[in-house]
Write a new protein. Structure first.
Length: 613
């Protein structure tokens, strides 16, 4: 009976060993070492895979024991040091002594483990302890390990997020904060960890609590938090019940704030929301627009014989004439007939008021001057290029030979690609060259690029035209006031061609953008309706710069002051209702104060213009 009992116990031990003995990473490792020393291929397979699984049988079939165990006599674990310890992820720095026919040698490597909720701890993949190449020793983390393992540095638990292939560092990798290492009153989140930007503050990251029976008691000591400008996302419950937090500044980099992220921060008194609107309102991105007088003559100032030219005005009906029929004549519909090279002045007289007219001077050149021929006597490499170039122009150059490469002496002025397409980029002079790849032949042509505004003819007027400033591309809820020069307030009547897109105040030129689309704003002289100027304005929708999810700012009982550093009220969006105490004040930029009152109408009584604006 005693022998039988011992046999049963041994059988149980063997069964447990066969299941990998995975109650801890170290015990699993020890089981693997025992299986290796016993030269038992099935036991080794059992260390890596569940018995009777497809991978278990495949491992046994693919590994001949005589070959698999040939490179060593015995293995002994010298040290097993935890490197990363998570609830479900583990990494150990292991040193072994491996004995073979030539003696004993020490090997050090990392081994990675992952815990399965059903089967316990297991290796992320097969382990190699006999490799001669140090890089092949141990095993590698799996993609799942990389995506979920929590590391520690800079006073924080964090996850390293690979933007590309798991385990392969890339320029777009980033870090997610999991939790601070201590419950402090002042915390500064670093902008980088492991040289990568901290982009996410994870769910429940700063939710500190203790539990008594079934009651959760918040214990956060956090009073001030510095969120770096690298953070783009604050996840759900990130600062939940941080009751001692007094003030909060959300940087302009943050795009999303999750549900209940700052809920129940009952001590919070001041909230500052910064917004990145550079794409809309940065001076370098603002598209300023110029008005066009109704009698502005539209055409190129330089013309070439045999060009097909028809002139137009910007709106007014006119009668056409020229001052020199020997250079050019013009038909009633504005079609210009070029007679000879020279200069000619074209006159447009208003049909409804012949005291109003506009004029423009054109230069007519021989047809041969329209193109430049490259400098080479060899026809196969000769090309022609336009003589007139303005910023934004492009032309595909052609040569008969296929054996050429193209270059520009000043690529900042005009670039040329491998196909011969030239693109004018800035004002200046450059030489375009076709190089033969099979002979010492070079074919060149010099061009001068001018600012695009020098292309069009200059119009002069018999009256003072209406010109106004302030017109630009707008975004929904924007407000701009157009101002005229040469006339006083009250002299001009303003109208919009599409009031659903943008409405304009009749007498002061104040434009309010209402919806995505295009409209034409017209400024008309009240004393003479034949004098007017128009500008076409595009209104674009606003992509919110930051979105607060439902209840992200819920139960902030002490919040008295909110600063919104956003020009456009649509740049900040709330899912659900923002709950504020009745005496709270929301400070917004003066530029769009009236738009805030309209868009945030539920809080209109709380909205004030920021000081010093």
């Amino acid at each position: 009976m005693k022998k039988f009992s011992i046999a049963i116990i041994m059988l149980l031990i063997l069964v447990l060993a066969g299941c990998g003995d995975s109650s801890s990473p170290e015990r699993l490792w020890n089981h693997y070492v025992s299986a290796m020393n016993a030269k038992d291929i099935e036991a080794v397979a059992g260390s890596f895979y569940l018995e009777d699984s497809a991978d278990y049988h495949k491992f046994i079939e693919n590994n001949n024991p005589e070959v698999y165990f040939a490179d060593f006599t015995s293995i002994k674990t010298r040290s097993f040091k935890p490197e990363v310890v998570n609830e479900n992820f583990y990494c150990a720095d292991i040193t072994i002594s491996l004995k073979d026919a030539s003696g004993s040698q020490s090997k050090q490597f990392l081994v990675y483990f992952i815990r399965d909720l059903n089967t316990g701890w297991k290796f992320t993949n097969e382990v190699n302890v006999t490799a001669y190449d140090m890089a092949l020793l141990g095993n590698e983390p799996s993609a799942y390990y990389y995506a979920n393992v929590v590391k520690n540095a800079e006073g924080f638990d964090y996850k390293y997020i690979y933007a590309g292939i798991a385990g392969e560092a890339g320029d777009d990798d980033f870090v997610k904060i999991v939790a601070p290492n201590s419950n402090e009153s002042t915390i500064v989140i670093p902008d980088t960890i492991e040289g990568k930007p901290v982009k996410i503050i994870g769910d429940f990251a700063f939710f500190n609590y203790s539990k008594f029976l079934s009651v959760t008691i918040p214990t956060s000591k956090l009073k001030t938090i510095t969120i770096p400008k690298s953070v783009t996302t604050i996840e759900e419950y990130a600062f939940y019940q941080a009751k001692q937090l007094q003030s909060l500044v959300i940087p302009a980099s943050v795009k999303t704030v999750g549900k209940y992220a700052f809920a129940s921060c009952t001590g919070l008194e001041t909230l500052t929301i910064n917004v990145d609107e550079a794409a809309m309102y940065d001076p370098t991105n603002i598209v300023n627009l110029s008005g066009r007088d109704s009698m502005m003559i539209v055409g190129n100032r330089k013309l070439y014989m045999e060009d097909n030219v028809t002139l137009t005005t910007s709106g007014a009906l006119v009668d056409w004439s020229t001052n020199d029929d020997g250079v050019a004549t013009i038909a009633a519909n504005g079609k210009l007939t070029l007679v000879a090279p020279g200069t000619v002045t074209v006159k447009a007289t208003n049909k409804n008021d012949n005291t109003l007219y506009s004029e423009a001077k054109f230069t007519v050149l021989p047809k041969a001057q329209k193109l430049i021929t490259s400098t080479t006597d060899i026809e196969f490499y000769r090309f022609t290029i336009n003589s007139d170039w303005f910023v934004g122009d492009n032309q595909k150059l052609e040569v008969q030979s296929e054996n050429v490469t193209w270059s520009s002496s000043n690529p900042a002025v005009a670039s040329v690609d491998e196909t011969g397409r030239v693109v004018a980029l800035s004002a200046g002079t450059t030489t375009i060259t076709a190089h033969s790849t099979i002979a010492p032949v070079v074919s060149t042509a010099e061009i001068t690029v001018l600012p695009v505004e020098q292309r069009s003819v200059v119009t002069t007027y018999s009256y003072t035209p209406i010109s106004f400033t302030g017109a630009r591309k707008m975004y929904v809820s924007d407000l701009v006031t157009l101002a005229t020069t040469g006339y006083n307030l009250g002299d001009i009547l303003w109208t919009s061609s599409n009031n659903a897109v943008a409405a304009v105040s009749m007498y002061d030129g104040r434009v309010e953008a209402l919806a995505k689309g295009n409209t034409v704003i017209k400024a008309t002289l009240i004393a003479n309706p034949q004098i007017y100027t128009t500008v076409s304005i595009q209104v674009a929708e606003v992509t919110p710069s930051i979105t607060f999810s439902e209840n992200s700012l819920d139960r902030l009982n002490s919040l008295k002051t909110v600063y919104i550093n956003a020009i456009n009220p649509n740049s900040v969006t709330w899912k659900g209702t923002l709950k504020l105490r009745k005496d709270a004040k929301i400070y917004v930029p003066a530029q769009n104060y009236d738009a805030y009152l309209k868009v945030w109408k539920d809080y209109a009584d709380m909205i004030y213009i920021k000081e010093n604006e």
